[in-house]
Design a protein around this ligand. Structure first.
Ligand SMILES: Nc1ncnc2c1ncn2[C@@H]1O[C@H](COP(=O)(O)OP(=O)(O)O)[C@@H](O)[C@H]1O
Ligand SMILES: O=C(CO)[C@@H](O)[C@H](O)COP(=O)(O)O
Length: 462
């Protein structure tokens, strides 16, 4: 029998599927199917994208797992059909609901103590509250709430079992106690205004469902937990992901409850925790800048590298779509320092520097609020392919940056979880670590200083 595993990343922009050798984690094939754009999406698109990406791989595979964009609200009726578009992690319409829920829970620290994180608009609970207040007829029909990865995993079982999730993704809902690993049904009910069914929690590395063919479906996890598993993230290291979101994350043996809200105290996919700092404006602002300049990513990178540190005095506050870190859901982008001498090269450089400054803030917050993070910075995610991002990352982050060999680490993490379930072992399989390139550059602290000035000056403008 073939020993193959399928790992799926159902991300914000696309479904990325990997066919992997179960024994050593070698990637045998890879497919990508894009998702619709926007922050509210009919979740059935993800099922079709999954089917199209996976094709006939499952007929021969031993196991499959899905890791998915965190937090999205998939509200389903009694028949399992969506009552509303899924509101994604980067949809900020529930910012007021987040504020109200945190107050109702007794304030930020009490909220973090209860669920591991201080709720912001990204969290599923806030989206349920928005549904209650703005789409009451849809809220009244909601029988079950799933996360994006749960919805796709359930589909892969043919819906022959009760829907399921894992503690990693559950910890991003706002109605799950990350410390004890149990649902807080009362908080889900309080958010939606009525009782609602939640998926069963599948233990890390366990099978959630086995088809008659022998194909095992495992619990899956959130995309950032998947990336940590795929990378084999070690204690002390920080993974910096530059996808639609910007993320700084680290594994931790103990739970984190940061009442300032900067660090979200998620669970991971191996029985530990994954404290994280997340930004909402990462690769997307490079995409927009490339469009505005009428160039592709390669040319954007070339232009940025042809400018100089500080982009000729141009500084950007990159919170174009509202921001989560800092918590400024109504923010828009701000450019400062345009002069008659500003060049296209400066316009490209300024956004790359701004995006990296925002990630450097995220790394600093993680290091300040979580102990023992003194290891490597590992850079992953789509925008890591950009030569300007690679060249400027060590300069802006102020030290060496390790870039693991290009791979879909979220999908690889899902595959590793699926292989783990087949192995029957207590720990995930010890697949060979991928090679890492070390990037170094002279630090440019002045770039971060001017960024911080603009960030703080514009805080009152939202
Ligand atoms: N060479 C590049 N330079 C800059 N951004 C890039 C490059 N290649 C891909 N991207 C961007 O990376 C993002 C996708 O990254 P990915 O980690 O897959 O994100 P997500 O998990 O949100 O789907 C997209 O915004 C894409 O345009
Ligand atoms: O909201 C978060 C983490 O809390 C995001 O990291 C989402 O999980 C989406 O990730 P990408 O699609 O950008 O990878």
């Amino acid at each position: 029998m073939a020993h193959t595993i399928v790992g799926i990343d159902s991300s914000t922009t696309a479904t990325k599927a990997l066919l992997v050798d179960a024994l050593d984690g070698r990637v045998l094939d890879r497919r990508v199917v894009r998702h619709p754009e926007g922050t509210a999406v009919d979740p059935r698109h993800w099922l079709k994208a999954c089917d199209d990406a996976v094709g006939d791989w499952l007929s021969d595979a031993n196991a499959v797992a899905v890791a998915g964009q965190q937090h999205g609200m998939v509200a389903l009726d009694e028949d399992g059909d969506p009552v509303h578009d899924a509101l994604l992690w980067n949809d900020t319409r529930s910012a007021d609901a987040a504020h109200d829920l945190v107050d109702e829970m007794g304030g930020p620290q009490a909220c973090a103590d209860a669920v591991g994180s201080v709720l912001v608009a990204s969290f599923t609970a806030t989206k349920l509250r928005w549904l209650r207040d703005h789409r009451p007829e849809a809220a009244a029909r909601t029988a079950q709430v799933l996360l994006p990865h749960d919805y796709v995993s359930w589909h892969l079982t043919g819906r022959r079992t009760q829907a399921f999730t894992d503690r990693g993704d559950a910890s991003g809902t706002g109605y799950f106690d990350a410390r004890s690993g149990a649902w807080r049904d009362d908080l889900a009910e309080r958010a939606l205004g009525r009782p609602v069914a939640l998926p069963r929690i599948v233990t890390d590395g366990a099978a959630a469902y086995e088809h008659e063919s022998g194909l095992v479906v495992t619990g899956g996890t959130g995309d950032n937990m998947g990336a940590a598993l795929g990378l084999g993230l070690r204690p002390g290291d920080v993974a910096v992901s530059i996808g639609t979101s910007g993320v700084a994350s680290a594994v931790s043996a103990s739970p984190v409850a940061d009442g300032t809200g900067a660090v979200t105290g998620f669970a991971d996919a191996t029985g530990r925790y994954l404290p994280m700092v997340t930004t909402m404006n990462a690769a997307g602002i490079l995409d927009l800048q490339a469009r505005l300049l009428g160039v592709d990513h390669a040319e954007l990178g070339r232009l940025a590298l042809a400018s100089s540190p500080g982009a000729g005095g141009l500084v950007v506050s990159p919170y174009y779509g509202g921001e989560r870190t800092p918590n400024r859901p109504r923010a828009t982008g701000v450019w400062s320092g345009l002069t008659p001498a500003t060049t296209r090269e400066d316009l490209a450089r300024a956004v790359v520097e701004a995006m990296l400054c925002s990630l450097a803030d995220a790394v600093d917050l993680l290091r300040e609020r979580v102990g023992g993070i003194d290891g490597r910075i590992l850079l992953i995610g789509g925008a890591t392919a950009n030569p300007a991002v690679r060249a400027l990352a060590p300069a802006v982050l102020g030290g060496p940056v390790h870039v693991p060999e290009p791979a879909e680490y979220v999908a690889l993490g899902a595959a590793r979880q699926a292989a783990w379930a087949c192995s029957g072992q207590a720990e995930p399989p010890d697949w060979d670590a991928r090679g890492t390139e070390v990037l170094e550059a002279d630090p440019t602290p002045a770039v971060r200083e001017t960024y911080a000035l603009l960030r703080d000056r514009t805080a009152a403008w939202d």
